[in-house]
Ligand binder design. Sequence first.
Ligand SMILES: Nc1ncnc2c1ncn2[C@@H]1O[C@H](COP(=O)(O)OP(=O)(O)OP(=O)(O)O)[C@@H](O)[C@H]1O
Ligand SMILES: [Mg+2]
Length: 347
Amino acid sequence: MTELTLRALRKTYTGRGRAAVEAVRSIDIELRSGELLGLLGPSGCGKSTTLRMIAGLESVTDGDILIGGSSVVPLTAQQRNIGVAFENYALYPPLTVAENLGFGLSARRRYGRAEIRRRVADMAERIGITDILDARPAGLSSGIRTPDVLLLDEPLSHLDAAQRDTTRRELKRIQRDSGHTTILVTHDQEEALSLADRIAVMRDGEIQQLGTPEEIYDAPVNLFVADFVGEPAINLLPGTADGAGGVRLSDSVRVPVPQRPAAGRAVVLGIRPEDLRLDDTGVRARVAAHEPLLESGIATLSLDGLTKPLVVATGPEVRLDRDDTVRITADPRHIHVFDARTGDALR
Ligand SMILES: Nc1ncnc2c1ncn2[C@@H]1O[C@H](COP(=O)(O)OP(=O)(O)OP(=O)(O)O)[C@@H](O)[C@H]1O
Ligand SMILES: [Mg+2]
């Protein structure tokens, strides 16, 4: 049983003479045995801190971490049966494990050789791999213990786009086959969507939404999640509810929405580029730019009275020229409505 539970987990960094940093503010997550959770969020939101607490590399300010139902907080990093791979981490088969660990440090040209040796020894001890430092990675697969939990901190961030694609698929296959309960930290929404069973979207040390990729994508709980997930980004259009099942974006543009917000309420409509389509019954728009791509094109349109351009995914066969006039409609079932003040989704 290797469920991993984070219970009201909190981390405040306090440094001499420096203001305290609330890096993680109270996180609750329950990972099922064998689940791959994507921990997704912008730089500085507390992803690595969360992982380092689970690995035992960072003390816990408050809350609990349970693996298979037992707290691991009293255990040292070596006593926790956890496998870790950190940022910009790559294994070069010709090098020993120690040389591999040192490689990342020397690549940054910050440390001398003795300092690198010391840091490698220290790192190895903390993660409990001192006994394999002289082995080469290729010879390790059979010898290394099987971890209960695997923690991956942006393991693919150093790869180029093509390598990342292949490695992503490989990673998914290995995780499936091995059945390790895994947390994958990433700030790449596409990586999280394509790899994870569930995604936790983090911001400022807090979880904004925890759900399957479909839930996160199709039913974002607030503007932050809606905006962070999706490429090209969701269109966010400020407007005012008219109390009759519509939202006015301008004098000439009114969008019917199923949520029926009260008259006068300031809202923001969220419409993903792929939920808009060219349709003769729709609203008139002028083409500002069109980028035809292999699978689908991207059109940037301007609408009368709207300050922001609208991004629309077009079919692969569509050809549009600048200043063409088109008409567009949105599927009302895929229009998200957010309160303009709180950013929370209206359901
Ligand atoms: N050792 C530390 N001492 C003080 N503050 C820290 C320390 N480590 C991280 N922080 C701060 O805690 C916050 C969360 O940092 P963390 O490294 O967990 O973010 P992250 O989500 O992993 O970001 P990134 O995507 O850039 O790796 C940041 O404000 C960071 O500056
Ligand atoms: Mg990080």
